[in-house]
Design a protein around this ligand. Structure first.
Ligand SMILES: C[S@@+](CC[C@H](N)C(=O)[O-])C[C@H]1O[C@@H](n2cnc3c(N)ncnc32)[C@H](O)[C@@H]1O
Length: 318
């Protein structure tokens, strides 16, 4: 693991509000970049209410560290699904001969292409497409990445139940991977302690993440007028999902303090290393964290996970 340890803080609960990015801002940024302005300067000059405040989202190379640390037999093809700003795809191009940045949003896809051109990232290219049907031959990809994307996949398949959509996407990724090839995922933890205090990771009504799914769905329809589909899971749930999709060697780590601004990936059992991230100035809360630490439960309550999994070397029997 190449992620560096440095100063520790409590989890940044605000970082969990990724939300959706306004199309009007992407369009404005893209217009400036298409007119020849360097994307970084445009981001600074335009002072876009959401995107300009998310500068780290565009430039934080540490977001790629976990994926760069995953070993693969070959380093020919990497696939970053839902690259967004494409910082991860750009970093993967340091290690892989070719990197596909597969983005379904047309404006983001065009931004990614222009970013690569401006930054001289010649080994990565933007492809507009959907994670549900990858433009890749069977067994051709060495590394696939889903950083903050799996929870949005149900939106791409509205006729499927959320878990079925996520399973279909994961099976499609397994098809594209070489035998032994690696999948890396970053995603929120359903049991993040903040979710029990009413935080909502993707703009859902409070407590939606931890309520029974049916109740969360009813609440979301009533309060927001839309179904609850941004399903996330706790550690065991991700293990089961990936096993059901046909992956093996599934490993989970805490993305600390969050995968949005990661410093390190920690084993979920690393109670000493996890404890500083759960420090609280409120003595009662800190005592609860101390107790949970002694019980070895902090790893179950982290904000988000890094997950690695592999396409089995030997096909499983039908
Ligand atoms: C929360 S952003 C994450 C961006 C980037 N991976 C990161 O972590 O910085 C989710 C991205 O996934 C893309 N996306 C969502 N569903 C997708 C799908 N079905 N196929 C391809 N891209 C998708 C969105 O357009 C968006 O760019």
């Amino acid at each position: 693991m190449s992620m560096i340890r440095d100063t520790r803080t409590a989890p940044d609960v605000n970082a969990s509000r990724q939300g959706t990015l306004p199309d009007a801002e992407i369009a404005e940024l893209l217009a400036a970049v298409s007119a020849g302005e360097p994307w970084s300067a445009a981001l600074e000059r335009l002072r876009l209410p959401t995107l300009s405040r998310k500068r780290h989202w565009f430039v934080n190379a540490r977001k790629a560290d976990f994926y760069r640390s995953l070993e693969t037999a070959r380093r020919d093809w990497a696939l970053d699904i839902g690259p967004g700003s494409a910082i991860i795809a750009a970093e993967l191009a340091r290690d892989y001969t070719s990197v596909i940045a597969l983005e379904h949003h047309p404006l983001w896809c065009r931004f990614v292409g222009r970013r690569f051109a401006q930054d001289g990232v010649h080994r990565a290219f933007a492809v507009q497409g959907d994670a549900m049907g990858l433009p890749c031959r069977e067994g051709s990809i060495d590394l696939a990445v889903l950083n903050g994307v799996l929870e949005w996949i149900p939106d791409a398949a509205p006729r499927l139940a959320p878990r079925s959509a996520q399973l279909a996407c994961l099976r499609e990724i397994r098809r594209a991977l070489r035998p032994g090839g690696a999948l890396g995922i970053a995603i929120e933890n359903r049991w993040f302690f903040g979710n029990f205090m009413g935080l909502s990771p993707h703009g859902e009504p409070p407590f939606a993440a931890v309520l029974p799914r049916r109740l969360a769905d009813w609440q979301s329809r009533r309060r927001l007028g839309r179904p609850y589909r941004t399903w996330i899971y706790q550690a065991h749930g991700y293990r089961r999902l990936l096993a059901a999709a046909g992956f093996d060697d599934v490993r989970l780590y805490g993305a600390m303090p969050t995968y949005h601004e990661p410093r390190e990936a920690l084993a979920l059992s690393a109670r000493e290393a996890l404890r500083p991230y759960f420090a609280s100035a409120r003595p009662a809360k800190d005592a609860v964290f101390a107790l949970l630490g002694r019980l070895g439960l902090l790893g179950q309550l982290v904000h988000s996970f890094y997950i690695s999994a592999r396409r089995p070397l030997v096909p499983s029997p039908p």
